[in-house]
Design a protein around this ligand. Sequence first.
Ligand SMILES: NC(=O)c1ccc[n+]([C@@H]2O[C@H](COP(=O)([O-])OP(=O)(O)OC[C@H]3O[C@@H](n4cnc5c(N)ncnc54)[C@H](OP(=O)(O)O)[C@@H]3O)[C@@H](O)[C@H]2O)c1
Length: 278
Amino acid sequence: MKKPLLLGVVGFPLSHSQSPDLHNRWLRTVHLSGVYLPFEVSPSKLKRFFRMAQKVRLDGFNVTVPHKEKIIPLLDIVSKAAKTIGAVNTVVRKRARWYGDNSDWQGYLFSYKARFKKKPLKGKRIVLLGAGGAARAIVYALCHEKVSEIIIANRNAGRAEKLVRHFNRHFPHIPKRALPLNSKKLGEFLAKTDLLINATTVGLGNSRFSKSPIRSLRHKAIVSDIVYNPPLSPLLKEAKKSGHPILPGVGMFLHQAALSFELWTGKKPRGPRGMTLS
Ligand SMILES: NC(=O)c1ccc[n+]([C@@H]2O[C@H](COP(=O)([O-])OP(=O)(O)OC[C@H]3O[C@@H](n4cnc5c(N)ncnc54)[C@H](OP(=O)(O)O)[C@@H]3O)[C@@H](O)[C@H]2O)c1
């Protein structure tokens, strides 16, 4: 008899994670025996967790904050996308070797394309708020789709500049520019943009930007927020009220999770209402 699948997520803290609920539900709906467990592991214990994963023969796991970069040197093989992004969020054990991939970038694209079939990203002008791990995956996705320019505004402007330099090496033909989040120039770019994306943690627990970007935003620009808790962030509420089309973060969350699930099980997840992919 085949051994039940042993899956999980490693991160710190993990109390907010909806991944165990989602993946355990998906395992049931595709009739696979197995379990998906949360492993709350502090940064100093990541290597020890990895040895444990080898010993108990974990079949695969998700990696979340703060381990997405630190896990890379521990793996045997890393996908080209994950290498370029500089972060792994999905690990699979394949014939006793550990393979790392990143499903965030494709999760974002699948979610965008499911909602805006008739508005391809190619040629679009983008303003991206944030320069952390999720922002890196989104910049990769946007470059992959050949957008026409990416303005990256971050609280710590140095981090945005580093991100621009990094992606200029991989995608030199797509113009990129870094700005401090509070720069006066940001308003000029917002007034011309096709798509505003929030990839900061602002919005979590209903937190707000000190100066709302919506006021300066071009009429009819799409507003996308990858924060999914709450499902409708204050930024999206304000955008909706002002008549902008919106893209909530739950779509990216479900699509990136489905891609990880497929890597581990070879099956596409099916789910009850509210947890189903559009
Ligand atoms: N929907 C999904 O599937 C999905 C997937 C991944 C992540 N996310 C969400 O995306 C968000 C970012 O995740 P991450 O992994 O990129 O985190 P991260 O690497 O820790 O980056 C956090 C980002 O938020 C910015 N930030 C934090 N506090 C801020 C504040 N008070 N004002 C302005 N900017 C602030 C940081 O700016 P500094 O550089 O200046 O500190 C940085 O750009 C989280 O809310 C996470 O839950 C969603």
